[in-house]
Design a protein around this ligand. Structure first.
Ligand SMILES: [Zn+2]
Length: 457
């Protein structure tokens, strides 16, 4: 449904009706892949774009893509600014240029073995939206911009989405600045975020806060990173929120004794106990419709013919509802005590340390509505592939994003695109050119719809 550039009945529409505006798929893909020359790594095929990425936050390649971002947006007439966390903001003025802008945001940093779409698609789709507005001389009601959040991945400096966290005033600036990189440099020195921001010249003067850079709304396009859209043969996810998760470090204490001379009834085998706890956490989470994962397991002293006296493992538990997550945690705590005391021969001790508590996030209904209306329009002309006749669906994100923090300070929502085999954080991560463009088109429609609803005092 293309409405030609006619003023609406209330006379508030600008010269061009947004449904006639189309993103340029080949320009979008060119931008994605030319930007990926900075930090390309892990070649897996012969085609020039068949590499992954290793653009760790604030490394030299990250500086190059930042320079490119500033150059690109300034050519589009945007005003750019950098805050104390190196967050980059580019704003295209609207009719009212003093009110806070609507921002389209994601991140340009990657995992050490990352791909070309996670975060990168979202920023480039935002840039493509600005290009469409620019070439069509569209005057939006308020300003619209793009933000590149620093160190979203938490791969180099180990705190995910730390810089949107500082912007939201949920993470103290000093805590973020003092984060040391996971892998040291050639001299064995672990550089801090602050050192690296200064080194690459992206320590901005603007305070890293929603008070210094307020936003009217934040929209984030992102690859799904899971298999649901692809499995159901749909094209777009309208993301309503992010599931709750908690991280724990569990320590199991037993006794280190000889593997050949200690009969089972005399054992305090912390490794066997830990194995039972992990299996039990899996059962509990499955029964509750949630998830549980143990990604790290270490045993001391680490000898083939001695029982471990201490085993430490991580436990990541998730559920879309806070109450259900609390129930999973409670049941795990009860079961772990029982198994350690009564079902581990002579018994072991279990200690819990909470590392992260991230409650469920519910995005703003107005932003969700704008994304939904846009998604419905964009998919209506596409070939029907889904069994139930819907090419879009509501989704809850399984992973955390910068949008979790922006949602605390401004209306926010997200858009998901199809991710091949549900694989991300991998060099072969892939979203087809058509699906990248569909996502960008949904972003364009959502932002312009939201812009139309703005009223200025
Ligand atoms: Zn991401």
């Amino acid at each position: 449904m293309a409405v030609n550039g006619v003023n609406g009945v209330n006379g508030t529409r600008s010269k061009h009706d947004f449904s006639a505006l189309k993103v340029n798929q080949s320009r979008l893909l060119d931008a994605i892949h030319s930007g990926c020359e900075f930090g390309a790594a892990h070649r897996y095929g012969d085609h020039p774009t068949e590499t992954g990425m290793a653009r760790l936050s604030l490394n030299d390649a990250d500086k190059q893509i930042r320079d490119w971002f500033i150059d690109t947006t300034e050519k589009l007439g945007c005003k750019t600014s950098v805050d104390q966390m190196g967050n980059l903001f580019a704003v295209r003025p609207g009719k009212n240029s003093s009110a806070p802008p609507i921002m389209m945001g994601s991140h340009l940093d990657t995992q050490p073995t990352g791909g070309r779409y996670d975060g990168i698609l979202g920023v480039n789709a935002g840039l493509e939206v600005l290009k469409v507005l620019h070439e069509n001389n569209v005057e939006t009601e308020g300003s619209i911009g793009v933000v590149n959040w620093t160190n979203e991945e938490g791969a180099r400096f180990p705190m995910m989405a730390v810089s949107s966290g500082v912007w939201a005033e949920a993470v103290p600036l000093e805590t973020a600045w003092n984060l040391a990189e996971v892998s040291p440099d050639e001299h064995g020195h672990h550089r801090t975020m602050k050192e690296e921001l200064e080194r690459i010249g992206y320590m901005g003067e603007q305070k890293a806060s929603y008070k210094a850079f307020p936003m009217a709304a934040h929209f984030e396009l992102h690859i799904e990173q899971g298999p649901a859209l692809e499995m159901e043969k749909r094209r777009v996810g309208v993301v309503k929120g992010v599931q709750a998760f908690k991280w724990f470090e569990i320590t199991v204490k037993g006794r280190d004794t000889h593997a050949g001379t200690t009969p089972f009834p005399a054992r305090m085998d912390s490794m066997l106990c830990a194995a039972k706890l992990i299996v039990e956490s899996n059962r509990i989470a499955k029964e509750a419709g949630g998830l549980s994962t143990t990604g790290i397991l270490t045993g001391q002293p680490g000898s083939i013919n001695t029982m471990a006296h201490t085993v430490t493992f991580t436990l990541d538990v998730r559920h879309v509802e806070d109450e259900k997550l609390a129930k999973i945690e409670k049941e795990c705590r009860e079961a772990f005590s029982r198994i350690a005391e009564k079902e581990s021969e002579k018994g072991c001790k279990v200690e819990w340390k909470e590392l992260v508590d991230s409650p469920a996030v519910n995005f703003h209904p107005d932003c969700i509505a704008a994304v939904e209306a846009s998604a419905k329009e964009v998919v209506q002309d596409l070939p029907m592939t889904a069994e139930d006749g819907e090419l879009w669906r509501y989704m809850i994100s399984g992973a955390g994003h910068d949008s979790c923090y922006t949602n605390r300070r401004c209306p926010t929502s997200m858009i998901f695109t199809v991710t091949k085999d549900g694989v991300s954080h991998n060099p072969q991560e892939y979203c087809s050119p058509e699906d990248c463009a569909i996502g960008a088109q949904v972003l364009l429609g959502a932002v312009l719809r939201y812009d139309k609803t703005r009223t200025f005092a």
